[in-house]
Design a protein around this ligand. Structure first.
Ligand code: 4AD
Ligand code: MG
Length: 464
């Protein structure tokens, strides 16, 4: 029976028979002995296979090169080599698949992350992407466990919708119309009544609106699914397809929302430190010497809470003192990533939660404050990342919500069902959205969001 390498490395029953299977990272040695470093994805660590020339001919071993897949049966032995405790003394080797060194793109030498993006179908076989992908799994487990432990219901919001939750208009249309022969109305516009759903539909930009419907029945829910934005922003922090976690809670005010966001992110980061120690250590040594320190800091310290107005004041004072930003800053303007990072990295030196943003720069569904100018929005800002979470207390008043939707140009016919929740048994409630890949950037220390999702979708890129 096959033993996974992660388990084999922990064993001490030396002399036992063992079978392992995996992909060859390297093979070195001389004509008497070969050392094969084997990895099966279960851990960042390889196991060393020792093959002696008395058991295997040079001709047999020749095709066992980097990338080949083999099954090794032999004896577990204590390793004398530095940095490894066990190795396998091979008795039989079966070659499942060879990888011609002339054409196999992953060779022993380190490859740039840019190059690896071009071979995203093979990059999971590198140490870096093995670590990132295992951590992605662990973070997903952390998220489900966090909410499950607190009695939240995992709610499945639809991927295809007829509404634009964020009102930003950057949606991918979903259609079954013949694009070479599009039916038109008298006014020359596309006649979506002939389309599959009898109306215009798009890929969801957020599951929030449907999540709110669920929260106003089940109390506390969360969604966790793919989200799509056709924004043409070619940055290291934006994807056209990303995953979002959106908790939505009845009877939560903005303070409760802030506390949940902090508890949630800290829980996930702690999980990473506890359960992904080897992978984090590798990423720390390889890419970011301050990674572990930064993760520990976030777990141990409260996030700084302040209002948008206070944040802008700090930024204006910084500008007055000579700090240069690319984009202008002043009350009413949206914060750019450089501003967010100044507050987090330079001023407070810790994660920041900003609340009470001007209503003009936020979505229609956010609860209006008494001042009539700001809404109960909440952005969580992180070192190296900028915005990691966006959320708010929701407007629960039917008349106010309807007015905000009108002002922001959200058609009532698209959200009548959402407005209904405020007509029937409305309640104060709040929620937020965490970008899963932004969290992944933070816990892995990677700097480009394309390197924390298996197959990134960005402008002009949907290969694989
Ligand atoms: O701030 P956003 O747009 O908020 C919402 O969608 C709300 N409906 C969430 C809610 O209140 N339920 O997006 C939330 C988070 C951002 O903070 C960011 O982490 C991530 O989603 N995000 C993206 N991540 C990767 N690529 C993109 N293009 C992203 N756009 C947003
Ligand atoms: Mg946002």
């Amino acid at each position: 029976m096959r033993t996974k390498i992660i388990d084999a490395l922990k064993r001490t029953d030396f002399g036992a028979d063992i079978n392992i299977k995996g992909w060859v990272r390297t093979r070195r040695g001389n004509k008497n002995i070969s050392f094969i470093a084997l990895n099966d994805g279960s851990t960042i660590h390889n196991i060393q296979v020792v093959a002696e020339s008395t058991d295997f001919s040079e001709e047999f071993l020749k095709p066992i090169t980097t990338g080949a897949c083999i099954s090794v049966t032999g004896k577990l032995v204590e390793s004398l080599g530095k940095g490894q405790s066990v190795e396998i003394h091979a008795e039989t080797i079966e070659i499942y698949g060879t990888a011609d060194p002339e054409t196999y793109p992953l060779q022993k030498k380190g490859h740039s992350l840019e190059f690896l993006r071009e071979i995203a179908h093979l990059r999971p076989r590198t140490n870096t992407f093995g670590a990132v992908l295992r951590m992605r799994h662990h973070m997903a487990m952390a998220i489900h466990t966090f909410f499950h432990e607190r009695g939240f219901v995992y709610f499945h919001s639809p991927i295809i919708t007829g509404s634009d939750c964020e009102g930003a208009g950057n949606m991918f249309v979903v259609t079954a119309l013949d694009l070479n022969n599009i039916p038109k109305n008298d006014n020359g516009k596309v006649n979506f009544s002939e389309d599959f759903f009898g109306k215009q539909t798009n890929l969801t930009v957020s599951g929030q609106l449907e999540g709110e419907l669920a929260a106003l029945a089940l109390g506390e829910i969360y969604t966790f699914g793919p989200t799509f934005r056709a924004e043409n922003s070619n940055t290291p922090r934006h994807l056209a397809e990303f995953w979002m976690i959106e908790p939505e809670m009845a009877f939560y005010e903005i303070e409760d929302n802030m506390q949940l966001a902090q508890d949630f992110v800290q829980y996930c980061v702690r999980w990473a430190l506890d359960k992904c120690a080897d992978d984090i250590q590798f990423l720390n040594d390889m890419f970011d010497k301050e990674l572990i320190e930064r993760l520990k800091f976030v777990v141990e310290n409260d996030f700084q809470r302040l209002t948008y107005t206070e944040g802008v004041k700090i930024l204006e004072e910084a500008v007055a003192k000579g700090v240069k930003f690319e984009y202008p800053i002043g009350w009413g303007m949206d914060l750019q990533s450089e501003h967010e990072r100044y507050l987090v990295e330079k001023h407070f030196k810790k994660p920041v939660i900003l609340i009470d943003y001007p209503k003009e720069i936020k979505s229609f569904y956010m609860k209006l404050n008494e001042d009539g100018k700001t809404v109960r929005a909440m952005d969580v800002l992180f070192p190296k990342i900028g915005e990691i979470i966006g959320g708010s207390q929701r407007e629960e008043d039917y008349t106010k919500l309807k007015k905000r939707a009108q002002e922001m140009g959200v058609p009532e016919k698209d959200i009548w069902w959402y407005l209904d929740t405020r007509r029937f048994g409305t309640a104060p409630h709040s929620g937020f959205g965490l970008g899963f890949e932004r969290l992944m950037l933070f816990v892995t220390g990677m700097t480009n969001i394309r390197d924390v999702i298996p197959f990134p979708r960005t402008p002009n890129n949907a290969e694989f």
